[in-house]
Design a protein around this ligand. Structure first.
Ligand code: ATP
Ligand code: MG
Length: 391
């Protein structure tokens, strides 16, 4: 049976005078994102966005999954339409009951009557529809406090709707409503989560990845692109920049004290990322760092890393435990990929005893032995860019 997808938006509703801008952006994005799934009409009706199929060929479940991954949507449900007639509404609820109530022991009906001309008020609608469902579906009982399933009836201006369980959406704000940032994406668990969190705040992401071929492999790079692909399901198409740091790492190894290898490399990453961000109009960098996680993420080390750039650096995982980051990683579908064992340029030349309390002056002394500007410029100039689309 065909259904409409009803989308509720969260924070956008608080946007006052800018509300229309946020709502229109969200609608445009939904229209664009569901294009591959057939012809749909997308419109706003009383603080809900309705996605309505225009033919029987539409892949509704596919479109539903896309809506579920669209930031700005706080909740969504499938809604089946009928005439504004209590008998029709009851018949529709009864016909949907096996599907909606499958596996449930208890249910309740919730009614919302936006059209106050409808002759039954909300409690009366609940009583009528609840009784009809109970009479034809004996396996369930009513529980108004903690039901397994809520059947929602909405009487709107044009039609009535019966909908099933309201599911949580991706939340946040529509992508692009908050500018653009550049994510430093490694193949690990943390950086995809960091990217997802910032993107969820309406920030469009571009990605930079540092490789160290031949010390890192082609397959390691492919894995990172696969991770970018997962982010693209939320972010939309991603501009993916690959930068080789092989020459930089060799220069560091040859000239600098081993204790500082990782820190000096991280400062190069920041400088290179800052320049690409400037070129691409990205207003901040995003990393997956979390305070104290490894030697290069102590407060002292983070300060040393930060002082290489002046662009803001967002670290949304900064106060999260690894367990919490892992949980988020699973939720966004990145975890299984992230744990595939491929090398990263940071791990290729890990010092045996990295400095956990580095002093900036010592780092600067080490860096004075190499040509920072020339190496940075060369790496930026030879970076490669491509577009990564969602699957
Ligand atoms: P992750 O799990 O994301 O790999 P991590 O815990 O392994 O993070 P580090 O390797 O120290 O930590 O990296 C810290 C952050 O630096 C990463 O979260 C990422 O933002 C960035 N980073 C590290 N390696 C790379 C790389 N090869 N390319 C791009 N960014 C990187
Ligand atoms: Mg890493």
């Amino acid at each position: 049976m065909n259904y409409d997808i009803l989308l509720k938006f969260g924070e956008i509703a608080l946007k006052g005078a800018n509300r229309a801008y946020f709502e229109n952006t969200l609608q445009k994005q939904i229209r664009f994102r569901i294009k591959p799934y057939g012809k749909f009409e997308v419109f706003k009706s009383q603080s809900t966005i309705c996605v309505r199929p225009l033919s029987d060929e539409c892949d509704l479940d596919g479109a539903y999954e896309v809506c579920k991954k669209t930031f700005g949507v706080i909740a969504l449900c499938r809604a089946y339409e009928c005439e504004k007639d209590i008998e029709e509404i009851k018949a529709l609820a009864v016909s949907l009951a096996p599907e909606l109530l499958s596996g449930a022991k208890t249910f309740k009906v919730e009614a919302k009557r936006s059209d106050k001309r409808f002759p039954y008020d909300s409690p009366a609608i609940c009583a009528e529809v609840g009784a009809a469902v109970l009479a034809s579906y004996h396996a369930v009982k009513v529980d108004v406090h903690e039901p397994d399933v809520v059947i929602r009836v909405e009487i709107r201006d044009e039609k009535a709707y019966v909908s099933g369980a309201q599911e949580k959406g991706a939340g946040g704000m529509p992508v692009w409503t908050n500018g653009k940032a550049l994510l430093l994406l490694s193949g690990g668990i943390d950086s995809p989560v960091a990217g997802h969190m910032i993107c969820r705040r309406g920030v469009k992401l571009e990605v930079v990845h540092f490789e160290s071929f031949p010390y890192t492999s082609e397959r390691a790079l492919e894995k990172v692109k696969d991770l970018a692909n997962i982010l693209a399901e939320y972010n939309g198409e991603i501009c993916f920049h690959t930068v080789s740091v092989t020459k930089i790492q060799e220069a560091i190894m040859k000239n600098c004290d081993e204790e500082y290898f990782t820190l000096i490399l991280r400062r190069f990453m920041m400088r290179i990322a800052e320049r690409i961000a400037n070129e691409r109009n990205c207003k901040a960098l995003v990393t997956g760092e979390s305070v104290g996680q490894v030697a290069s993420q102590t407060i002292d080390a983070l300060n040393v890393t930060n002082s290489a750039v002046s662009v803001p650096v967002f670290r949304p995982c900064i106060g999260m435990d690894k367990e919490e980051i892992v949980q988020r990683s699973r939720q966004i579908g990145a975890y299984d990929l992230s744990i595939l064992p491929f090398e990263d340029c940071c791990t290729v030349f890990t010092p045996r005893h990295p400095k956990t309390k580095p002093a900036l002056e010592n780092v600067l002394k080490e860096e004075s032995r190499i040509d920072i500007e020339a190496l940075t410029e060369e790496a930026v100039a030879s970076h490669r860019s491509e577009w990564i689309k969602a699957y």
